[in-house]
Design a protein around this ligand. Structure first.
Ligand code: PMP
Length: 305
C-alpha cells in the first residue's frame, strides 16, 4: 500500500511532505504539532478508533494561535482529515502526528503570512527507529542546570518545537548518565513535567499532579485525573516540591507515547514502593481497558475512523 500523508486538503505521497531547510519553522523552531493515538477496537465492533480526537485537534489549533499562526482548517476539517489519514494506512494501531508550520523562507522572525500549512501522518509505533527504548519502570533524573522555560518565555500550552530544546539537552545528558528520563523543575523550583510527559505522585493513597501554568495540558493527564476520580481516589492539581517527589509512595508519567509509565527511582533513590505500585498499576490497567474499547468511557473518548 502506498504511504500517504494529508497535506493541506489532500492525501499525497509520504515522501512529498517536505520543506526547505531554509523554511521558517526550520530556522526559528516554530513548528506546532500534536500527537494522537489510534487503536484496534474491532473486537467490540468499533473498527479502528482515535483516542480523544477532538481534544487533540483543539489543542493543536490553540497551540497555533498561541504563537500567532492561523489555520485555514477548522476542528471538523482536521478531525475528518485525521480519520482519512489513518484509514489510508491500513494500520490498526499506531500514532498520528499533526504538524502546522509556515512553509516559506522568511527573512524576519515573524512570517509575512501567519497562515499555516498542515500535515497529518499516521504510522505504527515501531515505524521510527528509537535508540532509547523505555524500560517498564523508569529511573528519573531531576536536572538542576536545565529548567522548564519560564511561561513568559515560551507559552507552556503551545506544543511548539522550540519548547523542546532545553528538555532535549537535559534528556540527552541524563541518558548518557544512565537514566531513562528527566523531570524538569520550573523557575520557582516546583516539579513541572518530563520533556514529553506529565507527572503524577501518589502518597497515602492520594494522587497529585502539578497544576497548569508551567506545563502542557496533557490529554493523558486529564484522562488519568478523570479515571482516578471515577475510581474513588483523591486526585488534586497542586504544586509539588522536589522533596515530595522523592518521598512519594508511587509516581508515574503520562503521555500519548508513554501511556502510564511507572517511576522506580528519582536521582538514584528508590521510591517507597516497588514500581509499579498498586495505584499506578490500577490506573494503568483501567486506561488500557479504555484504549481497547472495553470500558464505558470508550464510547465518549474513541472516534471510529
Ligand atoms: N508535556 C509535554 C511537554 C508534552 O510534549 C507531552 C506530549 N504531548 C505531554 C506533556 C503529554 O501530553 P499528552 O498526554 O497529551 O500526550
Amino acid at each position: 500500500m502506498e504511504r500517504l500523508v494529508w497535506r493541506d486538503g489532500e492525501l499525497v505521497a509520504w515522501d512529498s511532505a517536505t520543506i526547505s531547510a531554509l523554511a521558517h519553522p526550520m530556522q526559528r523552531g516554530a513548528l506546532v504539532f500534536d500527537v494522537l493515538s489510534f487503536h484496534d477496537v474491532t473486537h467490540v465492533g468499533r473498527g479502528v478508533a482515535v483516542f480523544r480526537l477532538r481534544e487533540h485537534v483543539e489543542r493543536f489549533l490553540r497551540s497555533l494561535g498561541l504563537i500567532g499562526l492561523t489555520s485555514p482548517f477548522g476542528v471538523g476539517d482536521l478531525c475528518a482529515a485525521t480519520c482519512a489519514t489513518v484509514a489510508s494506512t491500513g494500520l490498526r494501531d499506531g500514532l498520528i502526528r499533526i504538524s502546522g508550520f509556515v512553509p516559506t523562507i522568511e527573512a524576519d522572525v515573524v512570517p509575512r503570512s501567519p497562515e499555516a500549512s498542515v500535515v497529518i501522518a499516521a504510522y505504527a509505533r515501531t515505524d521510527f527507529p528509537k535508540k532509547h527504548a523505555s524500560p517498564p519502570c523508569l529511573s528519573i533524573q531531576v536536572p538542576r542546570d536545565v529548567r522548564k522555560a519560564a511561561p513568559d518565555a515560551i507559552p507552556p500550552l503551545a506544543k511548539v518545537s522550540a519548547a523542546y530544546l532545553g528538555p532535549m539537552i537535559a534528556r540527552g545528558r541524563a541518558l548518557s548518565a544512565g537514566f531513562d528520563e528527566v523531570v524538569l523543575l520550573d523557575r520557582d523550583g516546583h516539579v513541572a513535567e518530563a520533556p514529553t510527559a506529565n507527572l503524577f505522585v501518589v502518597r497515602d493513597g492520594a494522587l497529585s499532579t502539578p497544576p497548569l501554568g508551567n506545563i502542557l495540558d496533557g490529554i493523558t493527564r486529564d484522562t488519568i485525573l478523570a479515571l482516578a476520580r471515577e475510581e474513588g481516589l483523591a486526585a488534586e492539581e497542586r504544586h509539588l516540591s522536589y522533596d515530595e517527589l522523592v518521598a512519594a509512595d508511587e509516581a508515574f508519567i503520562t503521555a500519548t507515547s508513554y501511556l502510564v509509565a511507572p517511576i522506580a527511582s528519582i536521582d538514584g533513590r528508590a521510591l517507597r514502593m516497588p514500581a509499579p505500585g498498586p495505584i499506578t498499576a490500577r490506573l494503568k490497567a483501567r486506561f488500557h481497558r479504555v484504549l481497547s474499547g472495553d470500558d464505558p468511557r470508550a464510547a465518549e473518548w474513541l472516534t471510529t475512523v
